[in-house]
Write a protein that binds this ligand. Sequence first.
Ligand code: FPP
Length: 244
Amino acid sequence: MVATVLSGIDPNRIPRHVATVMDGNGRWAEQRGLRRTDGHAAGEDALFDTVEGAIDLGIGWFTVYAFSTENWRRPPDEVRYLMGFNKGILERHAEDLHARGVRIRFAGRRDWRVPRGVLRRMDWAADLTRGNTGMTLTIAFNYGGRAEIVDAVRALVREGVKPDRIDERSIRRHLYQPDVPDPDLMIRTSGEFRISNFLLWELAYSEIVFTDVLWPDFRRAHLVDAVREYQARDRRFGGVPSSG
Ligand code: FPP
């Protein structure tokens, strides 16, 4: 990445985990008289430019919200498109990501609504890249933050854990990715100021950057801007300001 883009970035305070809500594809398309699905298609370049930027910055974990447990409420044509689109994204990019040492993972429910061919492609991408030690790219797919907490509590009950033994650590251990650090930074594009059921547990102390940029226009330089904003924040985790 060119030095000017990275100016003002402290290489010693790169967020370990960045999570992104890729929002605004539909509005981007509508502004151009295109179909909403064309907006999603345009979001593919944004996603992979940003992933490249995240690798170059040295971000260890990068999580993207690709489909929520609520997105089944979208028009059936759009849902069908998104299923095929997400499968296609893996077909088009998994091998490149593998060559770059990226480990691909998925977070979400594997329920009957996800077509079998999509699940197969997800398993293939995860298996292909399982041993990689570079950045971990988690695709939140059929993911809901509340569903994740429900699933964790169900697992604890199923194990017969006594109520008094249920605490933050035991719930944490039963989340979809217990080994992944909580996001330091969450980015949401398109000028919406919501979490929309994304990583509810994990975002407890994340810094959040909202940008007006619509997802198809988002590029690695915007990621760098968000990291710069993150580095200017004072994280307190409930304590007192670090300056005193
Ligand atoms: C949350 O907003 C946003 C998401 C779950 C992201 C959805 C993203 C896509 C469908 C496109 C994925 C694009 C690529 C390039 C893989 P919401 O719309 O679910 O919630 P809201 O109604 O609160 O805004």
